[in-house]
Design a protein around this ligand. Structure first.
Ligand SMILES: Nc1ncnc2c1ncn2[C@@H]1O[C@H](COP(=O)(O)OP(=O)(O)O)[C@@H](O)[C@H]1O
Ligand SMILES: [Mg+2]
Length: 238
């Protein structure tokens, strides 16, 4: 059975169609990369899968482990095993990194998860999750917290972008850790080199999947033409 099936999802804001009859699948334990230039609807898709407040598709279905989850709230989806690393993680005041990683499960070893994301436990366990952390440190801690949740599906929205972006090697390490746990990953990115660590890749252009296949093939198309269908421009592929 598929872990996630998105079938004909359409979503707009105002008079703008952001996702246009969008369909894709994710298998159990699959790392599926979603590659597309800025503004093509990647984060919007992530919010729709996660069930964020105000994100209700106008048509189509989001099916998780065979059940439609369109009407489930974010907390209910998280209980099913869906979780997300935000493109810009929020900061909390007054909670230590150690407690933050153990929020859902007190029995995990926080040091293990910090090492997975390249942070030295002795230096970080007792830091506060607040403004004293750099953007890159905060992003790593967010990824560690998601690993610690042991989700069925982790949505990673551009872990490779931002002011203090993670290196490709950091991301490879994190993805390997998810794979070792048997988690599936939806890896959202606009950098073609990141796609190569996935099992399968899809290219999104203007709210639609334009191709799905071997990561190296999809990355090659993206590098040379930007879009499989429209040859460089953001396409109005229908
Ligand atoms: N609430 C909204 N109202 C109007 N336009 C929006 C809204 N949210 C996103 N958009 C637009 O939809 C497009 C897709 O956004 P987004 O999903 O963030 O793209 P990506 O993550 O691929 O860069 C962008 O052009 C963005 O400006
Ligand atoms: Mg985005």
């Amino acid at each position: 059975m598929l872990l996630l099936e998105i079938d004909g999802l359409t979503y707009g804001a105002g008079d703008k169609t952001i996702l246009d009859d969008f369909s894709m699948t994710i298998e159990p334990s699959e790392v599926h990369a979603l590659l597309g230039t800025n503004g093509t609807g990647k984060s919007t898709l992530a919010y729709l899968i996660m069930g964020c407040e105000g994100y209700m598709p106008s048509s189509g279905e989001i099916i998780f482990e065979g059940k439609t989850i369109n009407t489930l709230k974010i907390q209910e989806r998280s209980k099913l095993g869906i979780t997300m690393a935000w493109q810009e993680p929020v900061r909390f005041e007054g909670i230590s990194v150690s407690d933050y990683l153990r929020l859902k499960n007190k029995d995990i070893n926080p040091s293990y998860y910090l090492e997975m994301v390249g942070l030295h436990p002795e230096l970080y366990l007792h830091r506060m999750v607040d403004k004293s952390l750099s953007g890159g440190e905060r992003k790593r801690i967010e990824l560690a917290s998601i690993l610690a949740l042991n989700p069925k599906l982790a949505i990673l929205d551009e872990p490779d972008s931002g002011i203090d972006m993670l290196s490709t090697q950091d991301i490879v390490n994190v993805i390997s850790a998810f794979k070792d746990n048997g988690s599936s990953v939806l890896l959202i990115t606009h950098r073609e080199e990141i796609v190569l660590i996935a099992d399968r890749a899809s290219q999104i252009c203007n709210g639609k999947i334009v191709c799905t296949g071997n990561p190296d093939k999809v990355a090659e198309y993206y590098k040379s033409r930007k879009c499989f269908v429209c040859d460089g421009e953001v396409c109005a592929y229908v």
